[in-house]
Structures are given as C-alpha cells and as structure tokens.
Design a protein around this ligand. Structure first.
Ligand code: PMM
Length: 312
C-alpha cells in the first residue's frame, strides 16, 4: 500500500512509491534562525549541509533564506534570492527534491525555475497575494502553513479558545481561497504551524489531533523540530528552555508520533534519528496490518495478543 498522502502529490516517482512519512531536512541559509542560525550561511556550506542531510536519509530538502523566528527582522527580496537561488540550483542539480521556504511569490517563482519542486509558504498565501497565481501556474506542491502574521506580530496574535478547531477552520479557509484562486487542491499540503502564533501549550493538542487537519482531505506536514515548546518540556533546574541543539531526541519522538498518525512529512534539522523513526513506524504498521488481516480471517484475535516468537 502506498502512503496515501505522498502517492497523490505531484512529486518524482521515487518518492510517490514510498509507503511512509517523508523527512524534509532543513537547510537554513540565514544568519539568524533560532535553531541553527549562521551555521551554513555561505552557499557552499549550505550545499554541503544539504548533501549531508541527504546522506542521513532526507527525502526532501527545504531551503530558506529568511528567518521566521518571533521578532525576526525581514530581509529584502534581493537578499533572499541571493541566499537561496545558488543553493537550490546546486542541490536540485545534484538530484535532490528541493522545497523553497518563502512567503514571497517572486522568490517562489525564481526558485521553481532554479529546480525547486515544492513551495513551502509559512503564511499559507496570506503574506503575498500573488502566491496562489505562481503556484497554480507551476503545478508544484504547495505547503500552506497556519499563520497569523509575520514574526514581529505573531506573539500578539496567539490567542485561542479551541486551538485545534480554530487552526483547522483557518486552514480550511486558506484551502478554499487557494482553490478559488486557481490552485489545484491536489497540489496542497497543510501544516498546523507549530510555534507560529502558538504559545507552548497550544502545540500539544495540534500534535495529538493531526486527524482534525487530515479531515480536510489533504496531506499534513509537521514542523516541530527544535521548537521552543520542546525546550520548555525538557527544562531542568536552572535551564528553561533547554537550548535548541538539546531538543533533537524529543524531535525524533515527535516524528514517531506524527508518522504513526499518518503525517505526510516532518520538517527536521537533525535528519538521521527522524529517518530511523519513520522506518520503525513503517515496519510497526506493516506488522499490525498483516496481523489484523490474518486475525480477521481466523476470527478476530486482538492485535498484540500473540508474541512474535523473536528473541527480544
Ligand atoms: N517552521 C519554521 C520554518 N519553516 N515551514 C513549515 N512548513 N512548517 C514549520 O513548522 C516551519 C517552516 C521555523 O523553524 P526554523 O527557523 O528552524 O527553520
């Protein structure tokens, strides 16, 4: 059985044939991202980092030239293009399936010309009214994330009565608007936007209820990697939050939970552990499915009621 999300997206056959959650490795070409700012700011270093992520098991690479952390100052379009285009060209030229992380339609258009196959827009089309036209004309995959404003205002917009219902309804409205503007719904992936206008506590219900977003009929991408709500979860005396680089094991645990819920992809900085996690879930789900099928034909033994007979 193919992964229902991946199989339906306009992506290379090597990916659509996979029956598991995909791993999207982060290549931030920025001096100021919260999690890895400045580490791969020069194009050559960013390309080398992308290649490392592929070797670690990334299925896709997400190249971004503008930090979206709360309070971040916007870069201008020319600078964003200068940062991302050479990296996208080099990585897609080397055979990677590349996503561009941008809210600007013109950056998206140039990135697609340079070889990107996916536009990852953290504003879900709200930041640039021309984005739906560019996406519709390209036929590319479009990740529409839940968003309530740029980094300078997002914390002020983080109020919810029922975060799962409100995020689902706001994403449903974005999907409708995109389709009205000419985007084929089969291009669209939805993302709850963890950490974007979401206080720590509001991220957990979204993670626990990916099904509420999946009800909208589109694949779901989750970006939990190294985010602050994990830093608070892992706090220890005198250290709250723990620093981003100490959040990778928790990120991989979240990848496991997302894969078990059928997420289309996870966006992560430390690719290896998440790549392992999705393979564990794939095997676990295969065994559950085949045991359910055979126990159904034998008259309904409970899944897990028998030992596998393997040494532990
Ligand atoms: N998070 C960040 C940037 N881009 N894109 C999507 N689709 N979803 C996310 O959650 C997301 C994103 C912020 O993280 P970073 O600064 O470490 O890249």
């Amino acid at each position: 059985m193919l992964h229902p999300g991946t199989a339906r997206l306009p992506l290379p056959a090597s990916l659509t044939a996979l029956d598991r959650t995909l791993v999207l490795g982060v290549v931030n070409v920025t001096p100021d991202s919260f999690s890895d700012g400045g580490e791969w700011f020069e194009p050559d270093a960013a390309v080398a980092h992308g290649r490392e992520l592929l070797a670690d098991g990334a299925d896709l690479l997400d190249v971004g030239g503008e930090s979206t952390r709360p309070g971040a100052v916007r870069v201008d379009e020319a600078e964003e293009l200068r940062r991302v285009l050479p990296v996208i060209e080099a990585l897609s030229g080397a055979g990677a399936t590349v996503s561009v992380d941008t809210t600007r339609a013109r950056v998206a258009a140039r990135a697609l010309e340079a070889g990107a196959r996916i536009v990852n827009d953290v504003s879900g089309g709200l930041a640039d009214p021309d984005m739906p036209r560019v996406v519709a004309g390209s036929g590319a995959v479009y990740v529409a994330m839940h968003w309530r404003g740029h980094a300078d205002v997002m914390d002020a917009n983080a109020r919810y009565d029922d975060v799962v219902r409100e995020v689902r309804d706001e994403l449903a409205a974005r999907l409708d608007a995109l389709v009205t503007a000419g985007v084929d719904p089969r291009q669209v992936v939805l993302d709850p936007g963890l950490g974007f206008a979401k206080p720590g506590v509001d991220n957990w219900p979204l993670l626990a209820h990916l099904d509420a977003l999946q009800e909208l009929g589109r694949p779901v991408l989750v970006g939990a990697s190294r985010k602050r709500f994990l830093g608070h979860l892992l706090a220890r005396p005198g250290v709250d939050p723990v620093p981003p680089t100490e959040r990778d094991a928790a990120t991989a645990a979240i990848t496991t939970l997302c894969a078990a819920q059928g997420a289309w992809a996870v966006r992560v900085h430390d690719v290896g552990p998440s790549a392992d996690a999705v393979r564990v879930v794939e095997r676990w789900q295969d065994v559950r499915a085949s045991r359910a099928a055979s126990s159904g034909s034998r008259g309904g033994a409970l899944p897990g009621a028998q030992q596998e007979g393997r040494p532990s």
